[in-house]
Design a binder for this molecule. Structure first.
Ligand code: CA
Length: 468
């Protein structure tokens, strides 16, 4: 029986690539998410939550371990996580929690990488399919008929219903949606058919003040044809009309996939209310990173720019968080694990680099709370998106990015090797990050200060600056 003296339950819902500007709780101009808004309205919305490396597998590793990728070793998509690492589910399980993991794992498969620390797990094979997906569990492989977002929610709900009610539980429901390969379910297949979704303000960004990295990125609307959007372009469109046409194709399917996440979040919340579990259950909604929704003319993530860097984070906990609150303090993906342990009254191991943000949940900002964050994306020109490796620092008002363009990472490069380049943004004057002011004399002091802060964070976190 749930009562306030019992340790809280945790339901961690994580989407894949759900940008916060596609949620009405964050003021979306393009969709409504009434059920996700219930989490925000009943709890706290975090407005400055960032990932430390905006790509699926690395962010997932940071969330579980509370460490940065240079420490947990999961620097890229191709570096699966060693499941011998300490994680918050393992510690919760050891402390008497019932634990489970359903949905997208994407941290590797096989005995060295499959989920550990869970009493029960059923994960998608690889990236997973939207329809009739293939799952792996300790019992082997099976195809489950249906739509992936419904199945993951049903697995989660069934497990909660069947649990031992005398012990607290922690369950992770990791959606595949709205990751690329966007396939809506039948219910939402025709949503937005008669609507034109507005293009974002920076849709026609010409990158004129930016480094070579922005120009080289292959994630513009017309690159969608190489990324699983299998549609025929109508003939006779002008170049700009074709770009706009791709945006409509992409964004509508993306939002249709989110509509199903929203429905399913509602189903979970309804169950918590009906079962009397709502008060003592912490419901977290987040995404492994953000996503460009046509911003700067792009889809995808990886860059340290705001739309990709920012994660949605909503936490509802009726017994512990005031309804309808919000928080603008910095929270990072490495802070999730220590916070969940703290909420459960479990000691945080010293190897976790993140910090518990438990005080923020009651509206208190601890003295000395972080006001800057370190970011590093490692996959130099990897794969189809051709995004350059970079690291940088973000404060409340500014962002400094260094594209180090390691010549050793460019063995097959044709023509000249990309030289290292910097970008600096004044987020107060230029929140859309259109004007790179690196080298502008007006920002000389700020630039020096941020370079020092970057070096300080690298030293503190134990990441080596690039030799360039
Ligand atoms: Ca992702």
């Amino acid at each position: 029986m749930a009562d306030s003296s019992q340790r809280p339950n945790l339901i961690f819902i994580m989407a894949d690539d759900h940008a916060r500007h596609a949620m009405s709780a964050y003021g979306s101009r393009i969709n409504e998410t009434p059920n996700l808004d219930r989490i925000a309205d009943g709890g706290m919305r975090f407005d400055n939550t960032f990932c430390t490396n905006s790509i699926c597998t690395p962010s997932r590793a940071s969330i579980l371990t509370g460490t940065y990728n240079h420490v947990n070793g999961v620097t890229t998509l191709n570096t699966p996580m060693d499941n011998g690492l300490q994680t918050f589910p393992k510690l919760m399980q050891a402390a008497g929690y019932q634990t489970a993991m359903f949905g997208k794992w994407h941290l590797g498969e096989g005995t060295a990488h499959e989920p550990t620390g869970f009493d029960e797990w059923t994960i998608l094979r690889g990236q997973g399919r939207y329809h009739n997906p293939e799952f792996i569990s300790p019992r082997g492989e099976e195809v489950i008929e249906g739509y992936v977002t419904d199945i993951i929610t049903d697995l989660t709900l069934d497990w909660i219903r069947d649990r031992n009610p005398d012990k607290p539980f922690a369950v992770m429901a990791h959606h595949k949606a709205p990751h690329s390969g966007w396939e809506p379910n039948e219910k939402h297949a025709h949503m937005y058919n008669d609507t034109t979704i507005p293009e974002p303000e920076t849709f026609w960004d010409d990158y004129s003040t930016r480094t070579a990295a922005a120009l080289a990125a292959k994630c513009r609307m017309t690159d969608l044809k190489d990324h699983e959007l299998n549609v025929d372009v109508p003939e006779g469109l002008s170049e700009s009309d074709e770009i706009s046409w791709w945006y409509q194709q992409y964004i509508k399917d993306y939002l249709r996939c989110i509509a199903s996440i929203d429905d399913n979040a509602g189903k979970l919340l309804d169950y918590l209310e009906e079962s009397g579990l709502a008060g003592n259950t912490i419901v977290v909604y987040t995404s492994d990173q953000g996503f460009f929704l046509g911003d700067h003319g792009w889809f995808d993530k990886r860059f340290m720019y705001e739309e990709s860097l920012a994660m949605p984070l909503l936490i509802r906990y009726p017994d512990g968080i005031a309804a309808g609150s919000d928080c603008s303090d910095f929270v990072l993906n490495v802070d999730f694990a220590p916070t969940f342990l703290d909420l459960a009254g479990i000691d945080i191991p010293p190897e976790m680099q993140g910090t518990s943000f438990l005080p923020l949940l009651s509206g208190e900002t601890p003295v000395g709370w972080q006001t800057s964050m370190y970011y590093r994306y490692w996959m130099h020109r990897d794969g189809a998106h051709n995004i350059f490796a970079h690291y940088g620092v973000r404060t409340h008002d500014h962002k400094l990015i260094y594209f180090y363009n390691d010549p050793l990472d460019q063995p097959g490069a044709f023509g000249p090797i990309d030289p290292p380049e910097w970008e600096l943004y004044d987020l107060t004057a230029d929140p859309a990050e259109i004007n790179n002011v690196y080298g502008n004399p007006d920002y000389a002091d700020k630039q020096r200060e941020l370079e020092q802060e970057l070096a300080r964070l690298q030293g503190k976190l134990g990441d080596d600056p690039h030799p360039s």
